[in-house]
Design a protein around this ligand. Structure first.
Ligand SMILES: [Zn+2]
Length: 165
C-alpha cells in the first residue's frame, strides 16, 4: 500500500468522525425524549397497560368512531395529556367545536408532538402526529382550523386523558 493511499484513508476516516459528531448532537437535541423509558416498552407491554381501544389507536394507528369520546363534552379548564405516558399535549383553551366528532384543538403545547406524513389514503396526504415522548399515535392535523393558527388537530379521544387545572 502506498503512503498516498494510507493518507487518503486517514483523511476520509477523520472527516467521517468530525462530520458525524454535530449530526448526532443535533439528533439528540431534536429528540429530548430519546432516552425515555416509554420508548423501551414492547408491544405486549403496551397491550397490557392500555385499554383495548386506546392500545389500538396509540400503538397501531387506529381511529375511534366519531362522536364516541366523552372528551368531546369536556369543557373544564386544564390540559389533555397522552393516555400512554401522561405528557400534556393540548391546553383546554385551544379546544374548539369542529363538528367532526373528534376532540379538536387549534394548537398544541410546544414540543409535545412529533409529526410524520401519512400516505395511507392515496387521494390525500395527511399529516399524522404522535406524542413526542412515547410516540403513541394521536391523530391528524389539517389546515382548515380556526384562527389564530388555522390548524385543526383532530385527535382520538381514547388516546387522551383530561387533567383538570
Ligand atoms: Zn405519550
Amino acid at each position: 500500500m502506498s503512503n498516498l493511499t494510507l493518507d487518503r484513508r486517514r483523511f476520509l476516516l477523520t472527516s467521517a468522525i468530525v462530520g458525524a459528531t454535530p449530526t448526532l448532537a443535533f439528533a439528540r437535541a431534536a429528540d429530548p425524549y430519546a432516552a425515555s423509558p416509554f420508548r423501551k416498552l414492547a408491544d405486549a407491554d403496551w397491550r397490557q397497560r392500555l385499554p383495548e381501544a386506546s392500545y389500538d389507536v396509540l400503538r397501531h394507528e387506529g381511529t375511534e368512531r366519531p362522536f364516541t369520546s366523552p372528551l368531546l363534552n369536556e369543557h373544564r379548564k386544564g390540559a389533555f395529556a397522552c393516555l400512554g405516558c401522561g405528557l400534556p399535549l393540548f391546553k383546554s383553551d385551544t379546544k374548539f367545536e369542529s363538528g367532526t366528532g373528534w376532540p379538536s384543538f387549534y394548537d398544541a403545547i410546544p414540543g409535545a408532538l412529533a409529526r410524520k406524513t401519512d400516505t395511507k389514503l392515496a387521494f390525500e396526504t395527511r399529516t399524522e402526529y404522535h406524542c413526542a415522548q412515547c410516540l403513541g399515535h394521536q391523530g391528524h392535523v389539517f389546515n382548515d382550523g380556526p384562527r389564530p393558527t388555522g390548524l385543526r388537530y383532530c385527535n382520538n379521544g381514547v388516546a387522551l386523558k383530561f387533567l383538570p387545572a
